[in-house]
Design a protein. Structure first.
Length: 214
């Protein structure tokens, strides 16, 4: 199958949307007031035989925007020191553009119309992305403004699990608790989970089968 044919196949799989797996780490739960601290996005690709797999991960540490709220409990949970000099964090506008640029290229390469965010509790991640886009006055947000694919719902259906670690383990995906709660690790594990469920569904529709859930 040619590159063009694979791109065409991807563009038809999700109604013209390119699934991009995203995880954010934040300094709280309110996207309007609390700082966005890390963003990671996993770009997916389709193999010649129609299966999804991870292609590329892009990530960025983000400087808290001016006046941002930093909840101590949130920072304790994710272990992030927003002011650590070795974070090499970027200001929000630069950080978002460094994430969006390869996503836009992937949308074009796959002949899709726009990206759709995939996340574990996806509305949380999309809410922080959208709030940052608004603060930075970015005109070309590659993501659909409200539609998402949520691996919480997909995992509940497939495995009867909604916690990311447990869903990943149910899918046979290795889980390192020490690495969890970094945007890169969580995004990549969520991507593995999403690909597993989508690919398993493909196998079931082609040859029959099950997820192994009683």
């Amino acid at each position: 199958m040619t590159v063009s044919a694979i791109a065409n196949h991807m563009s038809k799989r999700f109604r013209g949307y390119l699934p991009i797996v995203v995880d954010v780490e934040t300094a709280g739960f309110d996207a309007r007031t609390d700082a966005l601290l890390e963003v990671a996005a996993v770009i997916l690709e389709m193999t010649e035989d129609g299966y999804l797999q991870r292609k590329e991960t892009v990530q960025c540490h983000v400087e808290p925007f001016e006046g941002a709220n930093l909840e101590p409990e949130a920072l304790k949970f994710n272990g992030i020191d927003p002011h650590h000099p070795f974070r090499m964090a970027k200001a929000e506008p630069e950080a978002l553009q460094s994430i969006f640029s390869p996503i836009r290229k992937a949308i074009k390469a796959n002949e899709c119309t726009r990206a759709i965010l995939v996340g574990h509790n996806a509305n949380f991640d999309l809410g922080f992305i959208n709030a940052a886009v608004e603060r930075c006055d970015i005109k070309r947000n590659p993501f659909h403004p409200f539609s998402t694919f949520d691996t919480v719902s997909l995992s509940g259906l497939a495995f009867g699990q909604t916690v990311l670690a447990r869903a990943a383990q149910a899918a046979g995906i290795d889980w390192d608790g020490e690495s969890a709660h970094s945007a890169k690790y969580d995004a990549e594990q969520t991507a593995e989970l999403f690909c597993y469920i989508v690919n398993k569904w493909r196998e079931m529709t082609l040859i029959g089968g099950s997820f192994g859930v009683e």
